[in-house]
Design a protein around this ligand. Sequence first.
Ligand SMILES: *Cc1c(COP(=O)(O)O)cnc(C)c1O
Length: 378
Amino acid sequence: MKFIPYGRHTLTAQDIRAVVGVLKSDWLTQGPQVEKFERELAKITGARFAAAFSSGTAALQAAYFAAGLSPGDEVITSPLTFAATANAALWQGAKAVFADIELETGNIDPKEVEKKITKRTRAIVPVDYAGLPCDYGALRSIARQHKLWLIEDAAHALGAEYRGKKVGSISDMTMFSFHPVKSITTGEGGAVTTNRKDFYERLLLFRNHGITKDPTKFKFKSHGPWYQEMQELGLNYRLTDVQAALGLSQLKKLPEFVGLRRRIAARYRKELSGVKGLILPQEPSDRRSAWHLYPVRFTGEFSRRRDEIFKKLRAAGIGVQVHYLPVYRYPYYRKLGYPKGICPQAEVFFKSCISIPIFPRLSRKDQKFVVKKLKSLG
Ligand SMILES: *Cc1c(COP(=O)(O)O)cnc(C)c1O
């Protein structure tokens, strides 16, 4: 039976040629392709700097390191996200504090963020859920007022805009993921964009074991031309040139990919609006979503039937998914002492949502099939 996934990468012959070209070259690990990829990513997002990483998770951890998170610090983030957003903060010794979401967008609610600020808070980490930028007008002003860093998890939102500003140039640091279901792919990979040189330099240090080769940055006297200096505790989080070549080739198609996603979202809106018990995702007029996901929600009686509807869609060969179980409800977080129900809106969202297929090459025919099935179950 045919299976339509909820998300999928789009590769072309051009992408494959770009990768093969690097495989035939002398350089495989981080090198000239990574540099080019970073320059292009910075250009596209309107940021001054971009640093590439081996995954989005690695990129997040590096951003937390760059922001100087240390044990005892708190970061305020959304529970409606992939576990990596909070996990990476834990790896840097910080505590994750969850602030509830807005039901209409699935994004963190600025008013809830304010309630969670303590003397230990160091950063706010909003997640652009499903590709829709958060309320950055409010979030930036809260961050400024309380002297907190704004570290944006834009794993879903490469190619999105907020009030005409590109995601990647809004927050102090913005993290992207290049996992195959995201806007563009490098197989695995991630990046952080920033306008701050000090953050950029710390990001580069972190992905290379905290080692610098730049003599002007040495803290101790050089032992000779071979000398490199380890100054911080980092890791090997480098992206390879093989991956960067794919990323560079993919980046050229970002506007096309986002355009196709937007067209699919517009069709879903047209064909599913007015269906009883169904709430469609919103796109406020001051924002442009990258439509990583198309999460529909069920209300009333249909909400109680979510799991049954989910199973029926899967049985019909439609790769629906649930994004997300609130992070604090996983066994690991429960063990850390997070109680169930701390973010009631996120719980309501989780219980009533299903992500239906959206990706650039979703065919018209397959989309019609998804619409028909969904309507027949209502
Ligand atoms: C994909 C994703 C990540 C992690 O990125 P990886 O590249 O898979 O490590 C983090 N946050 C969110 C919201 C994601 O969707």
